[in-house]
Ligand binder design. Sequence first.
Ligand SMILES: [Ca+2]
Length: 353
Amino acid sequence: MPPLTPVDARFAPSSGAPSPFAPGPAAGSPRWQPLRRRGSLWLALLLVVGPVLAGPDAVAAGGGDLDVRKAAPGTTFRDCDGCPEMVVIPQGEFRMGFEGGEPERYEGPVRDIKIGYQFAAGRFEITNAQYRAFSDDTKRVSTKGCYALAGKVGYEYKPMPGKDWQDPGYGRPIRDDEPAACITWTDAHDYVQWLARKTGRKYRLLSEAEWEYVARAGQPGRFIWGDAPQRACEQSNLFDASAAKALPGTDIGVAPCDDGQPGVAPVGSLKPNAFGLYDMIGNVWEWVEDCYTMPHRADAPVDGSPQVKHGCDRRGSRGGSWISSYDRQRPAFRGRDPVDRISQIFGFRVARD
Ligand SMILES: [Ca+2]
């Protein structure tokens, strides 16, 4: 096996080769629909008022004994002070994946997924403040040597001695409200187990299918911004015009817009999606529960549960980052790395049943 590097370090800019995204059946397509009329109404309601409900001042309520399988979709809550804010997600179905992708990163076959249960997803990526609470409470010894951008010019990611989540290599102190980064899959998994113990609630990571479902939020196709690339920066902190200006010589695909964030950004800096979730695409990659096989196996679950039987030397990560190529900022793109991979652009989001 060749040396493994963070997902973005393997990106090869276009060199005249055919686009890896040859036209194929559109993922998503008009077949996305909630399972029941009740769900359809919820989605319609969320599409209209979700961003309003999810505004920065919409303080979470409830929590504790909240039954996410019965609560109204769109309900936000927090199970304790310092716990992540959660949003109740309606059941539904969608088409997962894409009949294309980079060489060795085929994203198909496109599959029909039915999520016949409600769950809650983190409204934001887990922040440094939230991760610190876990780290302090468990006296966790952080892994050092995080892959980080090696310089201010060009795009070179390599293990940086001493770098960890407390100093991911930004060249400045971290902020409490930025997403925790330099997080391994094991770190993320241990966090949700700690949070479950602390709250007595069923916290876990999202499955790949759940992640793509909530990232799409009803949006089929390659990008969540549809066919309007100039809108890419509305919801997503991407490698955009401001990042390209701040990091000259970084030869990766630049988003055709300006999100005003040259680097990692505090969570929730941009607009939420129709489910009221922030930063699903961009900011940091988000670890998911699933082990990685490519293509999806014929016996892989299609009910929203994770695939954890095969390929568990690597786990999935989703959603791109503030320094990912534009072609990777797609809801179907599948990152995959060893469970102990530690990178400046790897973070996570939590789920709860
Ligand atoms: Ca940006």
